[in-house]
Design a protein around this ligand. Structure first.
Ligand code: HAM
Length: 430
């Protein structure tokens, strides 16, 4: 026997059954995907699908060379000609914008787009943090005003309500202002943090020069006093930025969406300005952020398009489903309606014909494959979760009859003329 080959660390299989460490089944995932299709339709967002692999330069230019995502976590490799560096996408925004610019989608009108799919980051795996994970993302491209900031946040709130997890999520918001405001704040921050250089940990010392805003994000308890006293970006915002931020907050209040202002919320990707937000939970341990996003008004231009102020967010499907499964109300049902079993000479063919007839009438049908005692077939029918069993044995075939059993309800078992199969099941299904 050959040696077993394991899956790659931090990359999950989605199975028909729950696994020990990852209790999400493929059916549950699919129920979520169906809900997402309807949700995006309700808000009139159009789907975009882009390749999983892009030129590395796309991510360097958009997400930022000094970020953890680009600096440490990307799966990067050379294409066969050795001159082109490619990377598995670590997020969806960059690819989405690359496609929008490449196909001139913004020439005619602004765009409201959504996507769903696998992303790759070489992080240390733990519950809720994986190396292949999945996001649902939405991007509203070509919208400068604060109403769309509020619309996309309200879109999240709508989804949480449908999933039954509103009470378990907190909305944190902040404004990062514009480029000049951030530069002024950055220089004050570097001056301030340099005064504590010796006390900073290695990571923060490195970030002080590469990405000082991220020092504010540190979880190191010993540094909390220092970062709490640090210059606040909000104090460097000019009137226009403050006005935009205030308008977003007014919209949220007007829509009845609770939020907490977090002046230290900076996000881990470099492209953001003005509004940023995260939805966090205290139910998932360390991996608390279920969804995050914000404005990126300069990014499309940075990627070669005409200036188009934009905003978006992405949610981690694994994290979200771990939360929904334990606290929410999404149900998966992939059980068949009818389980067909048969016994006797020629029974398999007759059963297949009935199964075809049932499927054509709109029922989901499982069929026992092979031959076994009816007792064993009943056990399989029960395990399948089917509501009804259709039994074809010798006497049914002789008399052109069928036997139906209600496996979950009060209707018992009946033998009737074969011609009544569909009408009887329709009556029982009501
Ligand atoms: P992000 O905050 O890097 O933003 O990721 C969004 C969400 O993806 C996170 O809140 C988290 O739920 C999930 N996530 C990230 N890394 C992992 C991981 N290793 N394992 C499991 N889940 C993870 C972005 O990616 C931006 N593109 C969002 C955006 C769209 N901003 C504007 N438009």
């Amino acid at each position: 026997m050959g040696q077993k080959i394991q899956s790659v660390k931090g990359m999950n299989d989605l199975l028909p059954v729950e696994q020990k460490d990852f209790k999400i089944t493929a059916a549950y995932w699919q129920a979520f995907e169906n809900l997402i299709q309807n949700w995006t339709k309700r808000f009139a967002y159009q789907q975009i699908r882009t390749p999983i692999v892009e030129q590395t330069g796309l991510f360097v230019r958009s997400i930022g060379e000094e970020t953890d995502v680009v600096g440490k976590e990307m799966y990067t490799f050379s294409d066969s000609n050795d001159t082109l560096s490619l990377s598995l996408r670590p997020e969806g925004t960059a690819s989405c914008l690359r496609a929008v610019v490449e196909h001139s989608l913004l020439h005619a009108a602004p765009q409201k787009l959504w996507y769903m799919g696998p992303m790759f980051r070489r992080e240390r795996p733990q519950k809720g943090r994986y190396r292949q994970f999945h996001q649902v993302g939405i991007e509203a491209l070509g919208f400068a005003e604060a109403d769309v900031d509020a619309e996309i946040i309200a879109m999240c709130a709508d989804l949480w309500k449908e999933l039954g997890i509103t009470d378990y999520l907190t909305l944190e918001i902040n404004s990062l202002g514009n480029k000049e405001e951030r530069a002024a704040h950055r220089s004050a921050l570097v001056d301030y943090l340099s005064g504590f250089y010796e006390q900073l940990d290695e990571d923060c010392q490195r970030r002080l020069h590469t990405n000082p805003l991220r020092v504010l994000d540190t979880k190191n308890p010993a540094l909390q006093d220092i970062v709490n006293q640090a210059p606040r970006l909000i104090d460097y915002l000019g009137e226009e930025s403050l006005q935009h931020y205030q308008t977003v907050k007014n919209f949220l209040t007007g829509l009845g969406i609770d939020f907490v202002e977090n002046p230290r919320l900076v996000r881990g990707l470099d492209y953001y300005n003005h509004t940023v937000f995260e939805w966090t939970t205290d139910k998932l341990g360390a991996q608390a952020t279920v969804c995050g996003g914000g404005r990126y008004d300069g990014l499309i231009e940075e990627l070669g398009g005409k200036p188009a102020p934009s905003i978006g967010f992405a949610m981690g499907i694994e994290r979200l489903l771990l939360l929904v499964r334990d606290y929410g109300c999404l149900k998966a049902n992939n059980a068949p309606d009818v389980f067909v079993m048969q016994q006797g000479e020629g029974g398999a063919l007759v059963a297949m014909r009935y199964a075809t007839q049932l499927r054509q009438a709109g029922f989901n049908v499982a069929q026992f494959s092979g031959s076994a005692k009816l007792k064993n077939q009943f056990k399989r029918a029960d395990d399948s979760g089917a509501r009804f069993a259709l039994i074809i044995a010798e006497s049914e075939m002789e008399n052109n009859q069928i036997t139906l059993k209600d496996l979950r309800g009060e209707n018992g078992q009946i033998t009737i003329a074969a011609s009544e199969l569909i009408s009887q099941l329709n009556t029982w299904s009501k």
